[in-house]
Design a protein. Structure first.
Length: 284
């Protein structure tokens, strides 16, 4: 049975039959309340979770109480143009190696948090996010999934005007505004997926399905990305890899379409759950 790991009000929890079970309390203090501590001891936590039971303090999971499932990662990677059909819709050449940028951790937020937009040029990008469990460097592709704690849903909101300002794209700045990185609602171990390399994902804006694809269309798979990144920098527990977005983004439409005050963005992966973000305009 897969482990479903949560951040409930800043405390580590697991989900059992729809109930949030506080890890520190249910383990008798064996694990701390800090979600990052759980990730540093991931294999041990998963083994404990396989035998854990709900207790008297357990309550139904309230999506509004969920924070970012990984609240303080050391590194947050993003991968541009990593779906074949997305590359096609933007008119870009299919890359021959991963095109990597960073999202700064300040952008991370919970699955039901408002997304606060600074302009009329903010776009949606649903993504599967791989979470590192066991860290390491120079990880071979054949062993890469052993270093992945699991997957969660992510949104890589992007301010396109900032992204394309200047002579070189400003990916990291455009994608790192506060609230531009909701993740969750749960971190699900890989045994929760029929095929961890073929995971369906989708995004709706105001009830309209705007993205609908599968990670089978990835150019560079999760094992490839983990191996590639770990050859450059040591990966640590809790590091996040936003693996790319499929086709259907707003900037590629004719005419381009962007988010506005009051829009509701729902992003989902069936085996994990949904993010639901209401768009609010920043008061300047």
């Amino acid at each position: 049975m897969p482990t479903r790991f949560l951040n409930v009000g800043g405390r580590a929890a697991i989900e059992l039959d729809g109930l949030a079970v506080d890890v520190e309390r249910a383990s008798g203090g064996r694990f701390s309340s800090d979600p990052m501590d759980a990730l540093r001891r991931w294999n041990e936590l998963v083994e404990w979770a396989s035998r854990a039971e709900a207790d008297d303090g357990s309550a139904a999971v309230d999506p509004a109480s969920l924070g970012p499932v990984v609240p303080r990662p050391s590194k947050v990677f993003g991968v541009a143009l990593n779906y074949r059909k997305h590359a096609e819709e933007t008119g870009a050449q299919v890359p021959d190696q991963p095109s990597v940028f960073t999202k700064f951790p300040n952008c991370l937020t919970g699955p039901t948090a408002d997304v606060v937009i600074p302009s009329d040029f903010v776009d949606w990008e649903v993504e599967l996010v791989a979470v590192i469990g066991q860290g390491g460097s120079r990880i071979p592709e054949s062993k890469a999934l052993e270093h992945v704690a699991g997957y969660c849903v992510g949104q890589d909101y992007s301010e396109r005007r900032v992204q394309m300002a200047g002579t070189r794209p400003q990916f990291s700045l455009a994608k790192s505004y506060d609230t531009f990185g909701p993740i969750g609602p749960a971190l699900v171990t890989l045994d929760g997926f029929g095929d961890p390399d073929d995971v369906p994902l989708w995004c709706e804006v105001n009830g309209e399905r705007v993205q609908d694809s599968s990670t089978a269309d990835l150019i560079f798979s999760v094992p490839v990305l983990v191996s590639y990144l770990s050859d450059i920098c040591t990966l640590e527990p809790g590091d996040l890899i936003f693996t790319g977005t499929p086709s259907g983004v707003g900037v590629a439409r004719t005419p381009p379409r962007f988010l506005a005050e009051g829009d509701v963005v729902v992003s989902g992966i069936d085996a994990i759950g949904e993010l639901r973000n209401v768009v609010r305009r920043r008061a300047d």
